[in-house]
Design a protein around this ligand. Structure first.
Ligand code: BV8
Length: 225
């Protein structure tokens, strides 16, 4: 890849696919057998908290069984080169970027390994299940939910992301279908160069200056080297 001063990388479920985590749309639009709209909304949680908690408990329990792949490791090498001039913005709630060694990772949709107490608004690193309604380490209440951003909720740190996109020399989108907003609109907030690395054309492929086809584990190391 050409050496740019400031780079923003957006990742989606496709970067974790080769690590063994299913994407949202490749499994025929169902997500571990669920329609995302039936489990990833505040309404779904209010209607059937146990179903939603178990859905996230299963995904959290799967994390130790998967490993970062060559795409995650290539982004760590890029960070070693660019330092604070690289920002990885991920839609993913898994911890594969961090386990590969990336340090500057911004999870706009939250993280599976974090629990959020809606009683005292505290957040806690969390490895186990939440369906049995454990006590909040902060206030003792049983009001812990997955610390992820559901449809209809506000993504984390959008002002930080918007500023980074406005300032960057290169925006690279990896492994995302471009169907979920506001992430799908990021390419329009960029003034300079844009590149898409994806297994198939995303919904917004035509908005990128360049769009390359293939698996992330091959495309990302080739682009970083
Ligand atoms: C918000 C966390 C306001 C939970 C997730 C009508 C029009 C436009 C927008 C809307 C609308 N109605 C409602 C909205 C807003 C809504 C939205 O976008 N809905 C969609 C369905 C239309 N968005 C929201 O509600 C967001 N909030 O808008 O608040 C606001 C906005 C701005 C500022 C302030 C306030 C909140 C959305 C967050 C939802 N939470 N996740 C959890 O994970 O359980 S979304 C979830 O789905 C993921 O996080 C991810 O973002 C998304 C899935 O997308 P992808 O990651 O792209 O995965 P997908 O399977 O779709 O694609 C995988 C891609 O990888 C494919 O292209 C495939 O080809 C490729 N691939 C596969 N294998 C590989 C590969 N590529 C490379 N290598 C491989 N090996």
């Amino acid at each position: 890849m050409r050496r740019h001063q400031k780079v923003v990388v957006l990742t989606g479920a496709g970067i974790s696919a080769e690590s063994g985590l299913t994407t949202f749309r490749d499994s025929g639009g169902l997500w571990e057998g669920h329609d995302p709209m039936q489990v990833a909304t505040p309404e779904a949680f209010a209607h059937d908290p146990d179903l939603v908690q178990r859905f996230y408990d299963a995904r959290r329990a799967a994390l130790p069984r998967v490993r970062p792949n060559a795409a995650h490791h290539a982004l760590v090498r890029l960070e070693e080169e660019l330092g604070d001039d690289l920002l990885v913005v991920t839609q993913n709630v898994d911890d594969l970027h961090e386990r590969a060694g990336s340090r500057r990772v911004h999870h706009i949709h939250g993280r599976l390994r974090s629990a959020w107490c809606t009683a005292c608004d505290s957040r806690h690193e969390w490895e186990g299940p939440l369906a049995h309604r454990p006590a909040c380490p902060g206030c003792g209440s049983s009001a812990l939910r997955p610390d992820v951003v559901w449809f209809g909720e506000i993504p984390h740190g959008m002002d930080l992301v918007e500023q980074a996109l406005w300032e960057c020399d290169l925006f690279v989108s990896i492994g995302t279908s471009g169907t979920v907003y506001p992430a799908a609109a990021f390419v329009h907030w960029v003034r300079r160069d844009t590149l898409e690395l994806n297994l198939e054309p995303s919904t917004g492929a035509g908005d990128f200056a360049e769009s390359r086809r293939g698996p992330a584990s091959r495309l990302v190391p080739a682009w970083v080297e």
